[in-house]
Design a protein around this ligand. Sequence first.
Ligand code: AVJ
Length: 315
Amino acid sequence: MSDEASLAQNVAQGLSQIPKTLSSRFFYDAKGSQLFQQIMALPEYYLTELEYQIFKKQRKEILYAFGTQAPFQLIDLGAGDAYKTKLLLQELVDQEAHFSFIPLDISQEPLHQLVEELGHLYPHLPVTGLAADYFQGLHWLNEHSKDRKLVLFLGSNIGNFSPVEAEGFLLKLRSSLAPQDRLLIGIDLRKDPRKIRLAYDDSAGVTAAFNLNLLARINHELQADFDLDQFEHFAEYNPISGTMRSYLVSRQNQEVHVKALNRTFHFEAWEAIHTENSHKYSLREIQEMAKRCHLAIDDVFTDASHGFADVLLRP
Ligand code: AVJ
């Protein structure tokens, strides 16, 4: 299925149902990936900085726990600009470890940029960029399984799944791992609900632009006529469920035509489209989830504030 077709299908389905939904996987066109890189640099978006600190302070321990003697593949699911992964790459290059790097990303542009940049930084490091979604990536992993693997799933990307979906994803991921392979998952932890909410509703409005870009993408790719001024970003955190939810709310009663679907969608005043989940876990919930997925926890690395965890798992 082509990218357009799956976006088309998501729009056709998601805007026909009540409540309306669109999938957060479609945020990352070239513009969306660029906006997400801006989000990572925001003062409110603590996630990136906390995980960066974990890698900065504990990169040796993390790599020691994995074991870097035998040749291996470092696979980065949803690599983006690999801001945090580069700390591991530098350490491994310093150690003269025998490894290859396989960044995977849903968006072509940042991936090409990354592969080119790494070519300059580490001319002797074998790098294979994969423009694919996670499941295509997992399939690729299965076909190319000779070396030992360390699979990275950083940045709390797992939070975009509901807890039930996350279990399904981890089970699928586990089935593509050999006994000696390891998984390193970055997970945002439960914390002060106000701090979480602010991370998804920044004062500069970058997150709002990121959310609204989904409608701009649908306008471009499916010839729709969303008026971006007539929708607004809204984000709320539920401290019981641990889910941060983002929405696009229609400011008025309006119709939107999507030419590629030959369909018109009606929005009531203040009707919302649910566009993203960013789930937060406690350490106990992570332990329970790992257990249910038959993954053993080798190590848990947290930052000084216990706001973020990188969990090393074995199948
Ligand atoms: C890339 C999925 C980890 O949910 O925190 C950031 C995306 N959305 N601000 C997250 C995002 C709004 C981000 N992840």
